[in-house]
Design a protein around this ligand. Sequence first.
Ligand SMILES: Nc1nc2c(ncn2[C@@H]2O[C@H](COP(=O)(O)OP(=O)(O)OP(=O)(O)O)[C@@H](O)[C@H]2O)c(=O)[nH]1
Ligand SMILES: [Mg+2]
Length: 85
Amino acid sequence: MVRIIEVKQSVFADNDAQADRLRTDLKAQKTFLLNLMSSPGSGKTTTLLQTVGSLKERLRIGVMEADIDSAVDAETMAETGVRTI
Ligand SMILES: Nc1nc2c(ncn2[C@@H]2O[C@H](COP(=O)(O)OP(=O)(O)OP(=O)(O)O)[C@@H](O)[C@H]2O)c(=O)[nH]1
Ligand SMILES: [Mg+2]
């Protein structure tokens, strides 16, 4: 027997609400947030290093690395002089 359960509320409703709050806060602070995600080895760090190199004199930039395995990329980014965590 198949039972269909109707979900009236998005399971991501809480995520959406938090994302909305974050967007509002960042806009008020005039902060542009970019989440850069792609396959391992596809060129994220290279792209970031070039982007930061081109813009760091004109914009205040911070990088949050989300590598759960190592701090190699965070250390590489920190060498550019921008705030990196
Ligand atoms: N040919 C070519 N090689 C690239 C390009 N961008 C990056 N690479 C090379 O690809 C390799 C991986 O680049 P990374 O920038 O370290 O890639 P990543 O996505 O940060 O890798 P992870 O952090 O390990 O997931 C390096 O050897 C880069 O020099 C590109 O546009 N063309
Ligand atoms: Mg990388």
